[in-house]
Design a protein around this ligand. Structure first.
Ligand code: BEZ
Length: 212
């Protein structure tokens, strides 16, 4: 099954390092970062899972829960978690799904046999509180992810859901935004952008970030 942006993601019940998880119940009203990795006891994944644990306060601030997945079993996860905690100097503060039967990886299309046979590739899904897929990125096995970039995209999604703006190249929280092209009525522009805006081209109008 291919999941596309805007699709409602499927629910599942699966074992994890924190017991059985019904995904929708576990997610509740939160945003979710669901990310897969090829295998337990591998070097890149070890650093990634540590990094996500260290960023917990940043995810919490944004109302985001994190959950990892690989096709290894719970016993393997429990042993590996000890290594992650020891080597990355963190306490693992989120569950790792144990998807040995590939129930989740199949419905989320996390196995790409031409890349990695029988193993989950490195995917990241950002899912909103309505269970809609808002971001999906697929990385090669040899490249660790940048979870600060995932936080940056979540900032953009949460901002642009509330205000009629989009975020330009390399934007980060606090930077100027662009006004969506559909708004052209001067009265609406004045009402929505009381801080004003700079028209560079009719379609390229910069405005201070509305919620700052
Ligand atoms: C790793 O996480 O280190 C890794 C996993 C699969 C292939 C290569 C590296």
């Amino acid at each position: 099954m291919t999941l596309r942006l805007g699709d409602t993601v499927p629910n599942f019940t699966q074992a994890s390092s924190e017991g059985e998880i019904n995904f929708y119940d576990w997610a509740g009203d939160s945003w979710v970062v669901l990310f897969s990795h090829p295998k337990d006891y591998t070097p890149v994944c070890t650093t990634e899972l540590g990094a996500v644990a260290r960023l917990k306060s940043e995810f919490d601030k944004r109302g985001v829960k994190t959950i990892a997945l690989s096709v290894d079993d719970v016993d393997s996860h429990m042993g590996w978690i000890k290594d992650i905690e020891e080597t990355q100097n963190v306490t693992l503060n989120y569950p790792i799904l144990a998807d040995g039967d590939r129930k989740v990886s199949d419905i989320y299309d996390m196995i790409h046999p031409n890349s990695l046979n029988n193993l989950t590739i490195r995917t990241v899904f950002v899912i909103d509180p309505e269970k809609k897929l808002r971001l999906s990125i697929t990385y090669p096995a040899s490249t660790g992810r940048n979870f600060n970039e995932i936080l940056r995209v979540i900032d953009s999604l949460q901002l642009t859901d509330k205000y009629s703006v989009a975020t330009p190249v390399d934007w980060k929280d606090g930077d100027d935004c662009v006004i969506v092209p559909s708004i052209t009525d001067p009265a609406e522009l004045a009402e929505k952008f009381p801080k004003g805006y700079t028209p560079i081209k009719p379609y390229l109008r910069m405005t201070p970030q509305p919620n700052k």
